[in-house]
Design a protein around this ligand. Structure first.
Ligand code: SF4
Ligand code: FE2
Length: 628
């Protein structure tokens, strides 16, 4: 793909970026430009600050410069240690999110607060919790306790590892990556990468994998499962997306961050008749809640709340001048929001003790008083309506799509075909049949963030379109999901981008060609789907004609996701190179040799068209090996 030099392919983003330039307001793109050239040592992973003798850096351009740290750590050791620490931080973020959801479930004291009782009892059964004679609240408490035990239990492996195909479980055990307790594995990375500990890059990466596995098969999966139990398992619904969902005449509240506990409470509070009445008294027509980043995915999937935008649109939302409050919890929140809100009337409200921002108003969220606190926060927004300054500038741009494809929703959708063909219902058989026959060539998960190193949204969207035309089904989460819904790829009209086979499947199943599977923690849904398909064919995840791509990734969480996907047997294409290029050994291990161990590997390709070609070649290769 020729890079057109644009910062984004999204019209609303372009429009507001121009406004920012005219008003002299600095955005992520301006700060990225000012940062050039970025540190070459950091970019290659060659700077070590793990002890007070450092910082040490390895000079690659000349053999005259230092070739080892002061302690003697080589480039392989330094690069592997830095990578492992990033992975551990990513796994920590996702897992701590899961822990908070488990705590929320633990404190439930009213059956009415459990939205998916069936899923609760199913999980209790999976975890061997006896339910006879116990009421729903008691079962919820025991399930939550078991989930919390996953973080710090003294003995035993992660319970959710058992969801993988048998061959995969055996492989993890043989290769020493079957993770134990979540906190333990993350601590072990920090310990073994401490100065003077592990110097063997392969062993450091093995420990990093153990930590990464506690994300996808641990904390993230706990986050997803327990969120579904508490707030409901997502089912397909229509949603509007992009900054055009903000409404001039309404009190606009943007909820941004990750954990659904806060956003669920805000959604309920914003519908409170007393607060709606108060908004009207302030001159507004009502209260409009919109979601950003993964919080946006969570409440869109469960309530059809409009999706305001992804990571690179958070600053721009404030520049519309129409946002009364931006309410944030944890992860992917730019500290720059506090600076930008100074130029507008928007109140930035932080809610988590883990993420305070100087200049913001802090109203701490407490799950046990959730409604009360949410009402207080919404009231702050309502009372701020009258303080709007100057012109409101909301771009017209918005699209419509169908979202909410949890695993349960996918199975239900597949049942439509099953019922008409006398197949057993509740299985992935129709999906497997479509892949076997070649009508569908395979499936790809497009996930991850935005990154200034790639044009915003453009790589997500181009890659998706390139895959659709090759009859490859796309599933997506996170900021990739926002990009796809904004580009119209979750509408029926998107069938025009599909090859004949995929278009037929979409028509038959009445689905869009890009399936929204949720937030970043919901990649765990994809792991379960892959496991179900692999079990159905009696194979392993690494046998399947599938791949994952994070064309615009930026966060440490994305590195953890990439690594657990590779260890689960998936080919993972990254559009931005991780900081491992300083060590040929580490880079070669992650992009080549690791495949012979786990059946998955990383591929680095920044061009989304070439990325699609590589992914398609990988999928065809897998098909050949399966003899289909
Ligand atoms: Fe330098 Fe070694 Fe200390 Fe790292 S751990 S800063 S390489 S002396
Ligand atoms: Fe996310």
């Amino acid at each position: 793909m020729e890079n057109c030099g644009c910062i984004t392919c999204d019209a609303a983003t372009k429009e507001l970026y121009e406004k920012a330039k005219n008003e002299g307001i600095e955005t992520v793109w301006d700060r990225a430009r000012a940062m050039q050239p970025q540190c070459g040592f950091g970019e290659m992973g060659l700077c070590c600050t793990n002890c007070g003798m450092g910082p040490c850096r390895i000079v690659k351009v000349s053999k005259d410069g230092p070739q080892a740290g002061i302690c003697g750590a080589t480039e392989d050791t330094i690069v592997a240690r830095n990578f492992a620490r990033s992975v551990a931080a990513g796994a920590a973020a996702h897992s701590d999110h899961g822990r908070d959801i488990a705590l929320a479930l633990y404190h439930v004291d009213d059956k009415a607060r459990i939205k998916d009782e069936e899923k609760l009892f199913k999980l209790a059964d999976e975890w061997g919790i006896t339910v006879e004679g116990k009421d729903t609240v008691q079962v919820a408490k025991e399930v939550a306790e078991k989930a919390l035990g996953e973080f710090g239990k003294v003995f035993g492996n992660l319970l959710f590892l058992k969801r993988a195909p048998e061959k995969r479980i055996k492989l993890w055990e043989e290769t020493g990556v079957a993770s134990e307790a979540i906190d333990k594995e993350i601590v072990r990375v920090l310990h073994s990468t401490h100065m003077g500990c592990d110097a063997d890059y392969r062993n450091i990466i093995r420990q990093a994998i153990r930590a990464a596995m506690t994300d996808g098969w641990g904390g993230s999966m706990i986050g997803t499962e327990l969120s579904d139990i508490l707030f409901g398992t997502p089912m397909p619904k229509k949603v509007e997306a992009n900054l055009g969902v903000l409404k001039k005449e309404y009190v606009n509240i943007v909820v941004h961050g990750h954990e659904p506990t806060l956003s669920e409470a805000i959604v309920v509070a914003a519908r409170d008749p007393e607060l709606v009445e108060l908004a009207k008294k302030q001159g507004a027509e009502g209260i409009n809640v919109a979601g950003m980043c993964c919080t946006g995915n969570e409440i869109a999937m469960r309530h059809g709340i409009p999706m305001a935008g992804n990571f690179f649109q958070q600053e721009l939302a404030i520049m519309t001048g129409a946002v009364e409050a931006m309410i944030v919890d944890v992860q992917c929140i730019m500290p720059s929001l506090a600076t930008i809100t100074k130029c507008y009337h928007t109140k930035l409200i932080t809610t988590s003790p883990k993420a305070k921002i100087p200049g913001a108003t802090h109203i701490e969220f407490d799950e046990q008083k959730s409604f009360e606190i949410a009402k207080r926060i919404v009231k702050e927004a309502v009372m701020n309506f009258k303080n709007r300054k100057g012109e409101v500038h909301i771009p017209d741009e918005k699209s419509e799509g169908r979202i909410g494809y949890s695993l349960e929703a996918i199975i239900k959708t597949l049942d439509r075909v099953t019922n008409t063909h006398a197949h057993p219902s509740g299985t992935v058989k129709p999906l497997v049949d479509a892949i076997k026959s070649g009508v569908l060539r395979g499936a790809v998960a497009i996930v991850g963030c935005n990154n200034h190193k790639q044009p915003h949204d453009s790589c997500h969207v181009t890659l998706a379109k390139e895959l659709l035309k090759r009859d490859i089904l796309v599933v997506t989460t996170g900021c990739g999901a926002h990009a796809c819904v904004k580009a119209g790829l979750m509408s029926d009209d998107a069938r025009k981008y599909c090859g004949k086979g995929l278009a037929t499947v979409c028509e038959l199943l009445d689905i869009p060609p890009v399936l929204h599977m949720g937030s970043c923690v919901d990649i765990s849904r994809i792991l379960v789907l892959l496991s179900e398909v692999a079990k159905y064919i009696g194979g392993d995840i690494s046998d399947l004609p599938v791949a994952a791509a994070a064309p615009e990734w930026m966060s440490e969480k994305a590195q953890a996701i990439g690594l657990y996907a590779v260890a689960s047997g998936v080919y993972v294409l990254l559009g931005v190179a991780p900081a491992v290029t300083g060590s040929e050994n580490v880079a070669t291990y992650l992009t080549k040799d690791i495949e012979s161990v786990f059946g998955g590997r990383f591929e680095i390709e920044s061009d989304p068209v070439k990325a699609a070609e590589k992914i398609a070649a990988h999928i065809e290769n897998k098909r050949k090996r399966l003899g289909i």
